[in-house]
Structure formats: C-alpha cells, structure tokens
Design a protein around this ligand. Structure first.
Ligand code: UD1
Ligand code: PEP
Length: 430
C-alpha cells in the first residue's frame, strides 16, 4: 500500500491549480443516466472515486470516452469526458461496486426516473458516522415509488407511467438526498417541490446541468427547488466547478506553514464561511482575477471556534484540516461537528504529532502548541488523511502517512501540487 513521506518545516510559496470538484463531478456523471443523448463534462478530476463511478455507470450501459488534452492546454488540466447512456442495459448497482463510495447510491434517482425500476446496494463511503438513507427513501416514496429492502439492496419501482411530482420536505438537510430527488423529479409527471434542500455549490452545478439538458427547475441555489417534470432530457456540455474543499485544504496548509500561495481558479464565494474563519486566524486572503491568494507571514495563528454546518456554513469536509491548523494556534479553540456523529477519527492520529486535543461528544477542544513533531500516522478517511498531511507539512522532522488510498479518492496529484510550492513530500510505493 502506498505511503506519503514528508519532511515538515518548509513554507509554501507558489501557485496551485485547483481541480474540478469531486463532489460535483460524481453527481454530474450520474445525471448522464437521465438522457439517451451524450453529456459532455469538462474539468473532471482524475480521482479514484471518478474511476469507480465510471465502472458503475459502465455496468448500467453508459459509454464513456475520455478526450485527450488539446494543444496549448496546461498539463494537469481536468479531463474532458463524454457519458452516453443510449441504452440502460442493467438497472442493478451491485454491492461490490457501490460499497466503496457513498455517491454511487445516488444512481437510484435517475434509474428510477428513466427506467421506472432500480436495485441498488446500500452504500459505503467514508466511515464518518452511520450515514443512513432514510431521507432518500422518504423522497422517492413521495414521488410514488414502492420501496423494499432485499438482501442489502434497495429495490425501487415507480408506479405505472413513471414517478409523479410531489412536495418533498426534508426534515434534515442532505446533499445526497437533494441530488437524488432533484434528478428523479426532472422526469416525473407534474411538479415537485423540494423543501429544505441542500444549497451546496455542487447542487447548483448539477441543477444547472439538468437545466442545460432541458429540465425545468426554479429556485436554484435556494432552500426550495421547484421542478416541472419533462418527458425527456437531451445532451449538454457542462463544466465541473472548482473544488472548494481542495481550495480550503490548501488555504489551511499555507496558513499553517506560512508563505504565499495563489490558488488558481478557486471560487472564494463557494467557501466564504471557511475563508472568514481563516481570516480570523490571522491569515491574509485576497481575491484576484485568476484565483485566491493566501498569505501568512511569521505571525502566530490565532485560535478560532467553529461549528460545522450545511452550506453556507463552515463545511464538515474542512473540519479535520482546520483542526490540524488549530493544533498550532496561540491558544485554545473549540470545534463542534454538527453534521456527522463520528468525524473525529483524525484526533488520535493528530495526537501522534504531539497535538493536544480532547473530545467530548460533538465538541473537540484544541490547545495549540508552538511546534508539532513528525510521526508515523494512519489515514482513516479522506479529509482526515489530508489533515495529517497538513500537520506533517508544519511539523518538525519526518512524517509518514500510511494507507493513503483514501487521499487518492479525493485529491488530484496532491504531492505534485505541494512539492511545486516547496514542500518536501513524496509518495512511497508498495
Ligand atoms: C459525495 C459527496 O458529495 N459527499 C458529501 C455529501 O455527503 P452526503 O450526501 O452523504 O451527506 P448528507 O448531506 O446526506 O449528510 C448530512 C447528514 O444527514 C444524514 N442523513 C443523510 C441522508 C439520509 O438519508 N439520512 C440522514 O440522516 C447524514 O448521516 C449526515 O448526518 O455531503 C456531506 C455533507 O456536506 C459531505 O461531508 C460529503 O463529502
Ligand atoms: C465524505 C466524503 O466523501 P463520501 O461522501 O464519498 O464518503 C468527502 O468527500 O469528504
């Protein structure tokens, strides 16, 4: 299993190109199931999760083409891919494919809408809590689906003539359930109103893609989405938004090591709450025409308290990285994780660097130290893994991060991007 070795202590200086967002690319790829015409996606990141979803879509009969880099295009530019679901040949998403990744469960929406049936294994994904699917099932039932759970599979059937529009009021904000019901509703008969919808930028990216495919959606970017079902969707060409979690991760890395980094292509408005928090730590953030500049000189890191929340709040996917930063603050800070009940797996690993963190229920209390020391650590889930890399970049001496396959699910060319900015970091194969 590959590992990452790094020697901490170097400032980060230079430019990092932000990749396409994993959490937008995945549902956009899934949206291709809704039409028999090709969906072309630009800026798709090269990630293990994208590869895994390709396998799942191919199993349903989707033809996938990756187009080569064009002359004059920068190396490392996102992939341009075509997804053509001319015929859905199989409406089952099997356990061995779906169990590796949470988002693969979302195929249930388009399959049910277009083929009127779906058999999808209960999902996997990062082990950060129980992650139930009750909100998906509630929403699909409201649209008229009949649902059974059979040997670990959700078996869903639409009524004769297909799904029927309805009002779906989520008792809790869910990104995945919003994506799924939104996609399903585009081909349902009549009007669907999704109340208490997630407002994450990735939802907007998908909603705008669906509109480009001929869907009728209003309220995009708000808590209430209204969808007027249409008979058919057509092909479209859509760009994946830049990854706000990758942006925030590198911003926190630069805040921790010090230095001056331009995050090229970043969209600050997609992570304003996280940037506001970073500014309060004493980091200077400047929006520039081609991205976001992050700068911290030798000043200390001020402690800041944070609660995670659905968008536009502070993202849970940046909680671990922010905790890493707080381990070297000038005082005591508290983080309250409100989205997932078990997203503190990195705490025990950060302690190996000498970090002082205690957890009581939802709240982690971090007492900052002037210096961390490099250590052997184990990556536990995607964002936890990168928090260990950030800690290692600032720690004195050598760090080895084991089990980095989690990182490859969500960070494109991480070592390359960091080493170009002066980090001493390498991948050890095997
Ligand atoms: C691939 C992808 O985009 N993953 C993101 C997505 O995950 P994901 O879509 O899985 O997260 P949700 O927004 O659905 O989860 C939010 C909360 O709702 C709960 N819940 C969810 C569904 C359900 O049926 N019942 C239920 O109780 C979850 O357990 C969690 O406590 O949003 C999360 C919250 O921003 C991010 O951390 C993940 O990176
Ligand atoms: C939790 C994440 O991914 P997933 O929902 O696929 O587990 C993530 O992207 O941080």
């Amino acid at each position: 299993m590959d590992r990452i070795r790094l020697v901490g202590g170097n400032e980060l200086n230079g430019e990092i190109a932000i990749s396409g967002a994993k959490n937008a690319a995945l549902p956009l790829m899934i949206a291709s199931l809704l039409s028999d015409e090709p969906l072309v996606l630009h800026n798709v990141p090269r990630l293990a999760d994208v590869k895994q979803l390709e396998r799942i879509l191919e199993n349903h009969g989707v033809d996938i083409a990756v187009h080569g880099r064009r002359r004059g295009e920068e190396e490392g530019v996102g992939q341009r891919m075509t997804f053509h679901a001319a015929d859905i040949v199989d409406t089952t998403a099997p356990y061995d494919l779906v169990s590796k990744m949470r988002a693969s469960f979302w195929v249930i929406g388009p399959l049910l809408a277009r083929c009127h049936e779906a058999r999808v294994s209960l999902p996997g994904g990062c082990a950060i809590g129980t992650r139930p699917v009750d909100l998906f099932l509630y929403g699909l039932k409201e649209l008229g689906a009949e649902i059974d759970i059979d040997e670990g599979y959700v078996v869903a059937r639409a009524p004769k003539g297909g799904l029927v529009g309805a009002t779906v009021t989520f008792p809790k904000v869910s990104v995945g359930a919003t994506h799924t019901i939104l996609m399903a509703a585009t081909l349902a008969r009549g009007i669907t109103v999704i109340e208490n919808a997630a407002q994450e930028p990735e939802i907007t990216n998908v909603a705008e893609c669906l509109v480009a495919m001929g869907a009728k959606i209003s309220g995009i970017g708000t808590r209430t989405l209204t969808v007027e079902g249409v008979e058919k969707l057509h092909g479209a060409t859509v760009e994946v938004i830049p990854d706000r979690i990758e942006t925030g991760t590198f911003a926190m890395a630069a805040a921790m090591t010090g230095g001056d980094v331009l995050l090229k292509g970043a969209r600050p408005e997609h992570l304003q709450s996280a940037l506001d928090v970073l500014a309060r730590t004493g980091t200077t953030l400047t929006s520039e025409a081609n991205g976001l500049r992050v700068h911290r000189n030798g000043n200390g890191i001020r402690p800041v308290d944070v609660d995670t929340d659905p968008f536009p709040g502070f993202p849970t996917d940046l909680q671990a990285q922010f905790m890493a930063l707080m381990t070297m603050s000038d005082g005591v800070s508290q983080i309250r994780e409100t989205i997932f009940e078990n997203r503190y797996m990195h705490v025990a690993e950060l302690a190996r660097f000498g970090a002082d963190i205690s957890v009581n229920g939802q709240v982690a209390t971090i007492t900052g130290k002037p210096q961390l020391k490099g250590a052997q650590v184990m990556a536990t889930d995607l964002r936890a893994s990168v928090s260990l890399v950030i800690a290692g970049l600032a720690a004195k001496g050598e760090t080895v991060v084991n089990r980095i396959y989690h990182l490859d699910r969500g960070f494109e060319r991480l070592e390359d991007k960091l080493s170009r900015c002066g980090a001493e970091i390498e991948r050890l194969a095997g």
